[in-house]
Design a binder for this molecule. Structure first.
Ligand SMILES: Nc1nc2c(ncn2[C@@H]2O[C@H](COP(=O)(O)OP(=O)(O)O[C@H]3O[C@H](CO)[C@@H](O)[C@H](O)[C@@H]3O)[C@@H](O)[C@H]2O)c(=O)[nH]1
Length: 319
């Protein structure tokens, strides 16, 4: 049986991808890496159907042993320090986890001469400073990263390119724009606002919702559409290539907030919280996903309103 390995399977996208593979690729064995301190809540319901392997990506020996033991046919490299604000507080750690972790993975694959396809979770944050005439953004847009996180993803992206060119490692880079849905970490904006609304509805918190920069524009895709794209990337994508995964629609964070508020009966006051502002924030992300659509036929299917409703209901069931 072919084997799919998901780094970061205990996380948001990783757990959704594992679910999708179990439901749609019945001839595939699903493996995932975890660290001793990983929380298992997101995969508890599927733990009997997947194989979990302990691995610290920062440690080359740990990665080497994991790759030697699993020998995957497909790798979905989703594990990362993925929160932009953390990257200003911990830039070195962000670079080590994201870039060195990936180098360790690549080196282990080469050492064990695996013939596997590796999807790399790159990011629209890499585009960073984007000018009005450049949207919707195509893959050949200049990369002008505005955070240590974005720089770390540029590094992952270019390492993917370089290992393909140098060694023929079959990497496929996906530059995914913002994605959300149930299980989204509460630090990220959609989940953070949805959780605050759910807490206000339950009377756990006063009716005040704290916000950062509401003028930023983001292109949101449902995580369940995104993980389907990740499978199509390894199945139909061209090794060495890079693809945008996006919805092709952009909303200001304020418009997204208003959509969430319209799903609630609660009377809520919006209050700016200066600690939520960033040293520099990407003003607009709006992706052109034509290249990926032409290669794989993928397009997003779940409407944003449905995604936000599912996310709010997720928090309503938890707070
Ligand atoms: N987190 C957060 N963001 C806020 C808030 N208020 C406004 N924002 C704004 O909401 C936008 C989205 O913030 P995040 O949800 O934290 O996501 P991100 O920085 O855009 O990064 C996400 O998308 C990338 C792809 O573009 C991913 O690569 C990254 O891992 C992450 O998922 C940013 O412009 C941020 O300033 C708030 O209270 N919390």
């Amino acid at each position: 049986m072919p084997k799919a390995l998901i780094t970061g399977i205990t996380g948001f996208a990783g757990s959704h991808l594992a679910e999708w593979l179990l439901a749609n690729k019945k001839d595939m064995e699903v493996y995932g890496t975890y660290r001793l301190r990983s929380r298992m809540d997101h995969i508890k319901h599927i733990q009997d159907d997947i194989h979990m392997v302990e691995c610290e990506l920062k440690d080359p020996r740990s990665v080497d042993e994991m790759i030697k033991a699993v020998k995957p046919d497909y790798i979905f490299h989703l594990a990362a320090q993925s929160f932009v604000p953390t990257s200003w507080n911990a830039p070195a750690e962000t670079l080590i986890v994201n870039q060195i972790g990936q180098v360790n993975l690549f080196e282990a694959i080469l050492k064990h001469q695996l013939d596997c396809t590796v999807q790399i979770a790159c990011s629209s944050e890499e585009y960073g400073q984007v000018y009005a005439h450049e949207v919707p953004i195509k893959e050949d847009n200049p990369l002008r990263p505005l955070s240590p996180y974005a720089v770390s993803k540029v590094g992952q992206d270019y390492l993917g390119y370089q290992y393909y060119q140098s060694y023929g490692l079959k990497t496929i880079r996906t530059r995914t724009f913002n994605h959300t849905g149930p299980r989204r970490g509460e630090a990220f904006v959609t989940s953070n606002f949805a959780k605050q609304i759910a807490e206000i509805e339950k009377g756990i918190k006063p009716p005040v919702l704290y916000v950062g920069n509401l003028q930023a524009k983001r292109d949101f895709t449902d995580v369940r559409d995104v993980v389907r794209a990740y499978w199509l990337a390894v199945e139909k994508g061209v090794p060495g290539e890079v693809y945008n995964i996006a919805s092709g629609v952009t909303y200001t964070i304020e418009e997204m907030l208003n959509k969430l508020l319209s799903l609630s009966q609660a009377a809520i006051t919006i209050t700016p919280d200066p600690s939520r502002m960033r040293p520099s924030d990407v003003e607009i992300l709006l992706g052109n996903y034509d290249k990926f659509h032409q290669q794989t036929g993928w397009k997003p299917e779940i409407p944003f309103e449905q995604t936000l409703k599912d996310l709010l209901d997720y928090w309503r069931a938890r707070v």
